[in-house]
Design a protein around this ligand. Structure first.
Ligand SMILES: *[C@@H]1O[C@H](CO)[C@@H](O)[C@H](O)[C@H]1NC(C)=O
Ligand SMILES: *[C@@H]1O[C@H](CO)[C@@H](O)[C@H](O)[C@H]1NC(C)=O
Ligand SMILES: *[C@@H]1O[C@H](CO)[C@@H](O)[C@H](O)[C@H]1NC(C)=O
Ligand SMILES: *[C@@H]1O[C@H](CO)[C@@H](O)[C@H](O)[C@H]1NC(C)=O
Length: 377
């Protein structure tokens, strides 16, 4: 933790340390270790083992007969689609070795409500979510003593739909004290507090094994598909709508989305209504180097993984320079980015039985880091 924090501070203060995109070429292993996808691989590995052995989570118990069991219990099917991360996390957690039935033994307490399911529950709906959360916190804080001990600071919830941002407005202690593990991790909005909260990767589970396409087979420089629902996307269309190297699609695709991702060197993630979409995890899955054009996005696992080494981050203001930036990346640099994409993609996948270093374990690690910093206080 200390070392990671120090590196973060150093890289902010000292451009030489953080380096340019090609810092791994400048430093021969002295400051940046050869496994450059991590800020500090050794610290991560040691902490991870410790986390795996010791972290214990108490999940507030609910029965099948509970009228809101559909919202509070794990789903009994394999989660899919755009917001799968939320359901996946809970489903894997409740059968993992991290849970404890003894609250006095717990490091953290899990609030198991599902924002996505509340949204679709006709008894609650979008308008009723705030009151539901308020009532839920009232109930657990009267039935159990744990909430009151820290006013929620050792409690957490997990949500992928951005509606979750407004859900805590009548339960302000959740927003201010609890750890919010959310996909819509924009530090531009007051609902998300970096360092206290954590970014959950938005992952649309793709079937089959990861394709392994050689970089030289990728013919297009850049690819984006989506709807025009934000000024950033309008700007992208305005600059690159007719370009012959950067393919920007705002309507129907002629070929499948998969084919496009496999045929492109860089895949653009462009902020829409929200900073997050499943596009980043899709790009990684299909071996396409992600280009992040979403200011203020607290990228998933950014305190563990060094995004500079497997993605290209472009400020919204620099959209006119996009082609110049991408064409300025040498073949050697591209091969490095691409091979790092193949290294990190395992961290952006869910499995019904979790696999070491997959998205589930990475989220557990983020929780463990936050729990450790609570202990220090
Ligand atoms: C983490 O714990 C699980 C379950 O005990 C075990 O199977 C796995 O090997 C552990 N991983 C590491 C890296 O220690
Ligand atoms: C809180 O408890 C009351 C009384 O048992 C119950 O009616 C209400 O549904 C509970 N709220 C939630 C969100 O479960
Ligand atoms: C927790 O604090 C609230 C507000 O002060 C209080 O009403 C409630 O009884 C406390 N809960 C327990 C279990 O003591
Ligand atoms: C693209 O080209 C067409 C045909 O020349 C033109 O009508 C359109 O305005 C152009 N779009 C952009 C975004 O430049």
């Amino acid at each position: 933790m200390g070392v990671i924090a120090l590196i973060t501070v150093l890289s902010e203060l000292c451009p030489l340390f953080s380096g340019s995109r090609n810092s791994w070429l400048l430093f021969s292993g002295k400051y940046v270790n050869d496994n450059a996808v991590f800020h500090d691989r050794d610290t991560f590995m040691n902490d991870y083992k410790e986390m795996n052995k010791s972290l214990k989570i108490y999940v507030y118990p609910h029965q099948k007969a509970d009228p809101f069991s559909n919202v509070l219990l794990a789903v009994d099917f394999e989660p899919g689609g755009n917001y799968a991360s939320e359901s996946y996390f809970k489903k894997v957690l409740v059968t993992s070795h991290f849970t404890t039935k003894d609250p006095s033994n717990a490091d953290l307490f899990f609030l198991p409500f599902s924002i996505a399911r509340l949204r679709h529950d006709p008894r609650v709906g979008i308008d009723g979510i705030k009151d539901f959360i308020k009532s839920y916190i009232f109930n657990i804080s009267h039935k159990y003593p744990y909430w009151n001990y820290s006013n929620g600071a050792d409690h957490f919830y997990v949500a992928c739909h951005s509606i979750g941002r407004f859900a805590m407005e009548k339960a302000i202690d959740v927003k201010i004290n609890a750890i919010q593990v959310v996909c819509s991790s924009s530090y531009f909005v007051s609902a998300y507090i970096p360092h206290k909260d954590a970014s959950l990767p938005q992952i649309w589970p793709r079937l089959g094994s990861e394709p392994n396409l050689a970089p030289y087979k990728r013919k297009k420089l850049g690819f984006f598909a989506g709807t025009i629902n934000s000024p950033v996307r309008e700007k992208l269309l305005e600059w690159w709508g007719n370009d012959s190297d950067i393919f920007v699609h705002f309507g129907r695709l002629e070929r499948s989305y998969t084919e496009e991702l496999l045929d492109s060197k860089f895949c653009l993630h462009v902020k829409g209504y929200e900073v997050n979409t499943a596009r980043v995890a899709d790009a990684l899955f299909y071996g396409c180097v992600p280009v992040i054009i979403a200011n203020h996005y607290d990228l998933p696992f950014a305190d563990i993984l060094d995004w500079k080494h497997f993605s290209v981050i472009v400020a919204t203001l620099d959209i006119p320079l996009l082609k110049k930036i991408l064409q300025g990346i040498t073949q050697q640099e591209y091969l490095m980015l691409h091979s790092n994409v193949l290294k990190v993609r395992k961290h952006f996948q869910w499995h019904m039985s979790p696999v070491d270093f997959d998205a589930f374990y990475m989220v557990m690690y983020e929780l463990w880091l936050r729990r450790s910093s609570l202990r220090l206080q």
